[in-house]
Structure formats: structure tokens, C-alpha cells
Design a protein around this ligand. Sequence first.
Ligand code: UT7
Length: 322
Amino acid sequence: MIRYSRVIGTGGYLPEEIRTNEEISKTVDTSDSWIYERTGIKSRRIAGPNESAASMAEIAARQAIEAADCDPETIDLIIVATGTPDHVYPSTGCLLQQRLGIKNAAAFDVQAACSGSIFALNIADQYIKSGAAKKVLIVGTEVCSRIVDWTDRGTCILFGDGAGAILLGASEQAGVLSTHIHSDGEFKDLLYCPNPQAATDTNKSELGFISMRGNEVFKVAVNTLGRIVDETLEANKMNKSDIDWLVPHQANIRIIMATAKKLKMSMNQVVVTLENQGNTSSASVLLAFNEAIRDGRIKRGQVVLLEAFGAGFTWGSALIKY
Ligand code: UT7
């Protein structure tokens, strides 16, 4: 008997405050048309002063638990993907566990920047397939607005806040078909966010903001995501036409379109949320997946390809029969 991990519930949360391109244009030298043409973004959500990675994770997680109609006490493992944790420790996973009042689960965080939720899915799938866990809660949650330098037009136009969640359960029915994760630390200087408090003397003067060589990141992202699509199809002996939906990381519409083109997919089969959300890092794929499930686009039995690329570099994919 093959044991699969299957998606049994999803959830998402976006903070109330909307920050438009026009508003950003008032503080840095940019324009709505430049941002929209180069990225596909029109606005992003910004967490309120009392919101955090853990508080947003709680709302998304509760939705996923409710959608699965699941007793929270049956969750064995909580994995939170975040690059903007409330604390260095305890992990946001533990903070979420406390908020949800789940006693019998282990909880930890995964840090793989924008690919974090795919890395979390990969880990969760191994736990379930091996029989080590029966239900795993995965949350990607980010307050990117707090690590963005709002005077840097190369990055502040891109990022937004939010949280997405998936609850995976063990099943004999096909669910997660395969996951693929990769890293290459050689690219550490193209996209990074320092932690000044833990830095060496030489790096102590750096502030804790995102620093990115956007155009170089862009090129590697397009190539790398093209490769991971091939790897995923090959691993499952599938053709491009077998995929019903692409749920990509929401970094830039031009990167998303390049991956869709590679898959010979129409943009009608691609879930795009970045126009009004921007890049929510590890939350983005889960938010997009949740949105398309809740609005009825993604249906049970369909094959969905999730992919992401982020700092590290890290990249990964998950092929899911929903
Ligand atoms: O999620 C993690 C992975 N992250 C990504 O995948 C992000 C990938 N990178 C990108 O999305 C794009 O590289 C950006 C949107 C960040 C930039 O777009 P680009 O087409 O790569 O522009 P560029 O960096 O090559 O810059 C072109 C020009 C430059 O001016 P000059 O040198 O040609 O005079 C920039 O200074 O655009 C200028 N520029 C801007 N102009 C207006 C850069 N940012 C802005 C801006 N508004 N916000």
C-alpha cells in the first residue's frame, strides 16, 4: 500500500493595509507604470503594527484546519517557513503551536527564503510517507515590509506581507506526487538580508534590510525554474500537457510568464496573485494555491505544479494531485 500525503485543507491571510505603487512613488524615484510593466505589481499588503509572522500564521492555519474539518490535536508536526520570525527563538512554529493550543505536535521553522514553503512541503511529505507523522501543518508567513529598505527602489516595490497554510494528511489516495529542492550558496551575495546582531565585526555596520542585485537574480531565476520544471516532469514520467495548473512563486510576472511558456501553458492555467500582493516570499505559493482552491479554479483530481526560487539561492517544486 502506497502512503501519500494529501492536501486536506488550505488557508490564507492578508493584512488590511494596502500600499499602492502611487504611494511608493511619493517616497522613492519610481512610477506606477515602471513597477507594473517590469513586475506586474500594482499594490501590496502591509502588516499592522500589532501583527507579526506568528499572528498572521495563526489566522491562515486556523482556516486550513477548519477547511480540513480536523481536530487540531491530531496534528503531529508544525513546520513554519519564514524569513521574518517574531523572535530568533523560540521558533515561529512554537509560537504558532501555543496560539493554536496544540499540545502533541513537534514544531520548528524552515529558513529557505522565498522557497521556504516548498522546502517545508518536502520535509512534511517525507514525514508522512515514512509513517513518522499523519498530519502536518505547513505555514509560510512573512512581514517582508519590516526587512525592506523603503528608500531602495530596487527592492521596496517588490515585497508584501501575508501568510498561507496547507494541512497535509496521510492517505492511500494520490496527493503529493513528488517534491524537489535545491540550494546553491555560491549565490549568497546576490540576494541577502543581514542579521547585524549576530554579525562579525566586519559586517556589523550593515543594517538588517534586503539587498538584491535584481537583474542578476532575475536571469538565474528564469533558467533555474525552467530546469526544475523538466526535473519534476521527468521524475513523474509526465508530459507538459499533464499539468492542469501552475502555481508559481510570485516574484515577477515576467519570470512567471517565462515558466508558463516553457510549459506551453496558457496564462489561464497559471495562478497569479502578485498584482495586488507583491512578493510575499515564503507565503506566496501557499497564498496563491489557497486562493485558487477557494475560488474553485483548482479542483479535486487536478495536477498542480508549485514552484519557487529565492535567496541562497534556493529553489524547489512540488507536484500535487489535488
Ligand atoms: O523572490 C526572490 C527572487 N527575486 C526575484 O526573482 C526578483 C528578480 N528581479 C526582478 O524582478 C527585476 O530584476 C527587478 C524588478 C527588481 C528590476 O527589473 P529589471 O528589468 O531587472 O531592471 P534593472 O535592475 O535592470 O534596472 C533597469 C533600470 C536601471 O536604470 P538604468 O541603469 O538603466 O538607468 C535601474 O536603475 O531601471 C532602474 N530602476 C528603476 N526605475 C524606476 C530600478 N528600479 C527602478 C524602479 N523605478 N523601482
